[in-house]
Write a protein that binds this ligand. Structure first.
Ligand code: F6P
Length: 544
């Protein structure tokens, strides 16, 4: 066992936190501001282009101290060393977890089975960059001699969500190629993606770490059949490339060996956008920008490794999240980017957080007796304000939220940006401060309401407040800052997994559904007749 494995509830700091929770639970965030003089200074971090303000949380300085004690008792530092140095911390799959090697800033070697993997990382990246440049500058020609205009990324899960999110987020930096994403096995998706496409100017990128995923292979075959209707068999080599660890399966599918970009099994699917899986991103924004994305992530890795825990952005975010989840029993966390470009950040993070920390067996093989990964959800501000914010402000649930925005906009729309940021700031203020019954009544009086109506209406207009948020204000949306932001969340996931004593890097929970789907499919196709429960049997009968 490489990773330390402590039941967090058995640690002294956990017991202290339990007690501390009882003492703190009736103190509001606003009161904490009054009680703690240097609160903002202690509860903010300036790092590179990032400013994190975590002062609007139900945490006192004591809370943070105890949470850091918990991190130390959990041997987080040792776990971080194991993570970065390539130990097999993905124990149940017997693998290292090394997406950080793909963006490593210092080139000190990392050895796996006696070989420095950084040499391979560089050569894989070089191949991806060369291929991308050839396609981008029009030297790569399709079967009719025309250059490529559209890329279709065929993949699902990590082979789709990361590239799709970053493509959309960096739309401003997009060069000449358009990228479409095909993921769902629903035939409606493939038909919509293929609609209006010119096979002569389209390049298909089949991305699958395993090259066994039903959805991706079904879509790849459909697309290849569609392509072959108008192009000769030999044209496939000019229009299909693949990314996978399973090179033999790519070849068997008909991908030309030169068009296969291998990847390594120590890159988890949901952390793979930094690898050759990111080729669609690279094709969209160009190798130089892709390098900046890597650089941003690499810088966050350094910060995570080196900063003391009380000024360490991913560590602090993780500790605060554990505090709400395990002590306040918050069941979800919201991610609210005040940026249209980042509108799909919550969707992207859902996979990385929930596939990683949606676990109930600890690293010793025992059922946990505490809460682990929360539900991650959210949406872009300001749209979310007009959608689900009602519940965050006045509902019965405690929903800690991350508010993320950029100081400068990418377009010179000053008026829009000031309004966007005004909302961004005001919402966290409103969530913290709330509005008391007294204030509500006074406002209604001033507006000239009659007494009986003031009495009737006031309770509905009260805001309890004391709703926690983190504010992450970044200078500007660039490939580099986006890289740092994504890496920040990756490390938050890691820290939480370590402290909860679970394995964050496997995903056995997706397997049962896959197994049963293949049995149900066999039944639907009439090949077998399994002994299903009556509900399942009837559903199959109805669609047969
Ligand atoms: O089913 C879950 C999963 O294994 C994810 O972890 C992964 O990102 C996705 O499927 C796609 O897998 P692949 O890249 O092997 O097609």
């Amino acid at each position: 066992m490489t990773l330390p494995s402590h039941n967090p509830r058995s640690l002294g700091a956990w017991r202290k936190l339990d007690k501390h929770f009882q003492q703190l639970k009736n103190t509001t965030i606003s009161q904490l501001f009054e009680l703690e003089e240097s609160r903002l200074e202690r509860f903010s971090v300036n790092w590179e282009d990032f400013y994190l303000d975590f002062s609007k949380n139900r945490c006192s300085q004591k809370t943070i101290e105890l949470l850091i004690e918990l991190a130390n008792e959990s041997e987080l530092g040792k776990a971080m060393d194991d993570y970065f140095s390539g130990k097999s911390i993905n124990v149940t799959e017997n693998r290292a977890v090394l997406h950080t090697a793909l963006r490593k800033i210092n080139k000190d070697p990392i050895y796996i089975e006696g070989k420095n993997i950084l040499t391979r990382v560089e050569s894989r990246k070089e191949k991806m960059f060369n291929l991308s440049e050839k396609i981008l500058n029009g030297k790569w020609r399709g079967y009719t001699g025309k250059p490529v205009e559209t890329i279709v990324n065929i993949g699902i899960g990590g082979s789709d969500l990361g590239p799709a999110f970053v493509y959309e987020a960096l739309e401003f930096y997009r060069q000449r190629l358009k990228i479409r994403f095909l993921s769902n096995v629903d035939g409606d998706h493939s038909q919509e993606v293929l609609k209006d496409l010119d096979p002569a100017t389209t390049l298909f990128v089949v991305v699958s770490k395993t090259f066994t995923t039903q959805e991706t292979l079904t879509n790849a075959v459909t697309v290849r059949d569609w392509f072959r209707k108008s192009a000769p068999r030999s044209a496939v080599a000019k229009h299909f490339i693949a990314v996978s660890t399973n090179v033999a399966a790519c070849q068997a599918f008909g991908i030309h060996p030169q068009n296969i970009l291998p990847m390594d099994d120590w890159v988890g699917g949901r952390f793979s956008l930094w690898s050759t899986v990111g080729i669609s991103i690279c094709l969209a924004i160009g190798p130089e920008n892709f390098d900046l994305l890597l650089k941003g992530a690499g810088l966050m890795d350094e910060h995570f490794k080196e900063a003391s825990f009380d000024k360490n952005i991913p560590v602090l975010l993780a500790l605060i999240s554990i505090w709400y989840n395990s002590f306040w029993h918050a069941e979800s966390e919201a991610i609210i980017p005040y940026s249209q470009y980042l509108r799909n950040l919550p969707t992207y993070l859902q996979q990385s957080f929930m596939e990683s920390n949606g676990k109930a067996i600890d690293r010793n093989g025992n059922q946990v007796d505490y809460q682990t990964g929360p539900i991650i959800w959210g949406g872009s501000g300001t749209n979310s304000q007009h959608a689900f914010f009602q519940l965050i402000h006045q509902g019965t649930k405690l929903i800690p939220a991350d508010f993320i925005s950029f100081k400068h906009s990418l377009h010179s729309m000053k008026d829009h940006h000031q309004k966007l940021l005004a909302n961004f700031i005001a919402q966290t203020q409103a969530l913290m401060q709330g509005k008391s019954l007294e204030v509500v009544k006074r406002e209604l009086e001033v507006s000239g309401y009659e007494r009986h109506w003031i009495e009737r209406l006031s309770p509905y207009k009260v805001f309890e407040g004391n709703r926690p948020t983190n504010t992450i204000l970044i200078e500007r949306l660039t490939p580099k800052t986006l890289g740092s932001l994504i890496a920040m969340y990756e490390h938050k996931i890691f820290v939480k997994g370590i402290l909860w004593n679970i394995f964050s890097f496997d995903q056995w929970g997706v397997e049962l559904g896959k197994q049963l789907a293949s049995k149900v499919l066999s039944d639907i196709q009439g090949h077998t007749s399994e002994n299903h429960d009556s509900s399942t049997r009837e559903l199959i009968r109805r669609i047969k």
